[in-house]
Unconditional design. Structure first.
Length: 280
């Protein structure tokens, strides 16, 4: 915030929305957000709150920052109330509420698949089942799911879309590894990959090449978020191609404990600049 001439600058107040106790498999939500909030306090006035309390506490804050708040499906009504109240007050939310990726559910995977983007082939209706490649096993998961909630594997004979279109259907991909690309605004920050397909969160630093970044930037551009943290998750197939798994644009876990000190410092500095730009 800009202070009047001759007065002390008032620091921007941030409502940091997180569920410190959420039991995320392979991740330590609380540790990451305790660290990140402590670093943001160097520049902002920060108060932490649970996502169920965010709507009631939002008044009086300059900015709401959504971090490791857990799957929205566990508090849908409270999240909708928070979104509505933020719009009513005109309070900036970071990430902004107009994301087209996971923030809005997983319908985007169907749309991107139809449009020919490099994503895991995805359909949601019986008429499109022929668009899926033949596979020994398929993945069925809810569009409003998260953190593998409701995900199941079925054989070809059990592949049935939901009548209301609420399920996604995909072939189960035999991939080499998963890789995640982390961005602030349009700026690439770092990449991590899981060498063992069976251990999604056993991540290691990954040196992304130009083709990798071209792939990831395509989805960042598609999402058109003016500000925010995004994580582009992909799998590398046996033939070396990358396919999008998901575009996390609401509350992506950052695995900041797995990057080196310089990368982490650069990330925090870039986040501070992005948040400051949003409230100017």
């Amino acid at each position: 915030m800009t202070a009047a001439p001759g007065t002390a600058a008032r620091r921007t107040s941030v409502l940091f929305v997180t569920d410190l106790a959420y039991p995320a498999r392979g991740r330590r939500y609380g540790d990451e957000d305790v660290y990140l909030s402590s670093r943001l306090r160097e520049e902002f006035d920060v108060a932490l709150c649970h996502p169920r309390d965010a709507a009631a506490l939002l008044d009086g804050f300059d900015l709401a920052l959504i971090r490791n708040s857990g799957p929205v499906l566990h508090y849908r009504e409270a999240h909708d109330a928070f979104r509505a109240h933020a719009r009513l007050l005109g309070t900036p939310v970071y990430n902004p509420l107009d994301g087209r990726g996971d923030m809005a559910g997983k319908q985007y995977l169907v749309e991107l698949s139809r449009a020919g983007f490099p994503v895991i082939p995805t359909v949601d209706r019986e008429a499109d089942l022929d668009l899926l490649p033949k596979a020994a096993e398929y993945v069925v998961k809810p569009k409003l799911g998260a953190d593998s909630v409701g995900l199941r594997f079925v054989g070809p004979d059990a592949l049935e879309p939901a009548p209301d279109g609420s399920l996604l259907l995909q072939p189960r991909i035999d991939f080499r590894h998963e890789v995640s690309f982390y961005f602030i605004d349009d700026d690439f920050q770092y990449a991590l990959h899981a060498p063992d397909p069976a251990r999604r969160w056993a991540l290691e630093p990954y040196r992304a090449d130009d083709r990798d970044l071209e792939f990831a930037r395509r989805f960042i551009a598609w999402n058109t978020l003016a500000h925010g943290i995004q994580r582009v998750d992909a799998c590398r197939t046996r033939d070396g191609a990358l396919l999008l798994v998901e575009l996390e644009d609401l509350n992506p876990y950052l695995s900041l404990d797995l990057v080196d000190d310089g990368v982490r410092e650069d990330f925090v500095a870039r986040l501070k600049r992005s948040m400051t730009a949003l409230v100017r």
